[in-house]
Design a protein around this ligand. Structure first.
Ligand SMILES: Nc1nc2c(ncn2[C@@H]2O[C@H](COP(=O)(O)OP(=O)(O)O)[C@@H](O)[C@H]2O)c(=O)[nH]1
Ligand SMILES: [Mg+2]
Ligand SMILES: [Zn+2]
Length: 316
């Protein structure tokens, strides 16, 4: 295709900051460094970052500078995983066009944090991306009953939970069978082992991993940008997006009153309370959500997450 004398190619964004992107293009799978032509992409002006790994774009290779190109347009996305960027007060795109969101935690080092998991699950639901809970570092699991109980509750409400160890290979067969042929994003706090998992799945890539900061028992932020990788040895449409550790996952794209719709076991109660859709599920009489908590259908910790995420949404 010719356009104003320049060759236009289709490309896939592998990584990017706010103005410099790495893409892979064409049959030759050439990797090119790109900037956006005219600096702004139509339709994406209101995002914190215009493009993310997984985005599909049109590019014009720069004949004067081999290995570089200009991005001229972005294709419409099937979906995008976003979060609210508080600094920029805008939606930040973490990944685009993905099939699975692996919500990654660890039982220890860093400690199991279901509260964080709930936020990531809500965001995946908002984005209409199937979440799968991955509990890595299972080799460190000490049998803590609270962790077992929470993981089994996530299974009960309908999430797939896979316990793995990037270190020993435990659980990897199950994981590889579900990610084969798909584009998946790895979401989780720093130090849970996202990059280690990428390396375990494709040893040749040798991505840099961090050591868990002993003092705070938190990881250092080793991966500064999200990066999309093609996994060798799998179906050729298998990609993984390794993301930087997310410290704060502020929900993006919903109103406070709609939060209930994005929490799996809560959603069936929407509109069923005495005060109908105007119930905040906090103190109103005849609240079916609080009744479900009392009856054990909704886990008290999930209800606590609901309250906290709701407070945060209301304060945005
Ligand atoms: N024991 C154990 N340690 C792991 C496992 N996976 C990763 N680690 C360690 O956890 C630390 C953080 O890993 P990294 O992959 O950088 O985490 P990321 O921040 O989520 O990308 C490194 O010291 C890894 O060696 C695991 O399955 N078991
Ligand atoms: Mg990492
Ligand atoms: Zn209610």
């Amino acid at each position: 295709m010719k356009q104003s004398g320049n060759t236009v190619l289709k490309a896939l964004v592998l990584r990017g900051s706010r103005n410099l992107f790495t893409v892979v293009a064409g049959e030759s799978a050439a990797v090119l460094e790109c900037r956006i032509k005219g600096k702004i992409l139509k339709g994406l002006e209101n995002y914190y970052n215009p493009l993310a790994p997984g985005d599909r774009v049109s590019i014009e290779p720069d004949p004067l500078h081999p290995g570089t190109a200009l991005i001229t347009a972005a294709e419409e996305r099937c979906n995008s995983l976003t979060r609210f960027n508080q600094k920029g007060q805008k939606s930040q795109i973490l990944a685009a066009n993905i099939d699975l969101a692996f919500c990654m935690t660890s039982p220890l080092s860093p400690p199991f944090r279901p509260r964080f998991l709930d936020r990531v699950l809500v965001q995946a639901e908002i984005s209409r991306i199937t979440p799968v809970i991955l509990c890595n570092k299972w080799d460190l699991f000490d049998g803590e009953p609270d962790t077992e109980e929470r993981l089994s509750d996530y299974r009960r409400i309908g999430y797939q939970v896979i316990c793995i160890s990037a270190k020993t290979g435990f659980g990897m067969e199950k994981l590889t069978s579900i990610l084969d042929g798909k584009t998946s994003a790895l979401l989780g706090q720093s130090g849970v082992g996202k990059t280690s998992l990428v390396n375990a799945l494709s040893p040749g890539l040798g991505m840099k991993t961090g050591t868990v900061n002993e003092k705070y028992n938190r990881g250092n932020h080793t991966t500064a940008l999200s990066v999309m990788l093609k996994l060798p040895g799998f179906n050729k449409t298998t990609f993984l997006i390794d993301m930087p550790g997310i410290r704060r996952m502020v929900p993006d794209g919903i109103k406070t009153e709609d939060l209930i719709l994005y929490m799996k076991e809560f959603s069936g109660f929407a509109g069923k309370c005495t005060f109908g859709l105007s119930c905040s599920h906090r103190s109103e009489p005849g609240c079916t959500v609080r009744e479900a908590v009392n009856k054990g259908f909704i886990h008290p910790d999930r209800y606590e997450s609901y309250l906290r995420i709701g407070d945060e949404l209301a304060a945005l």
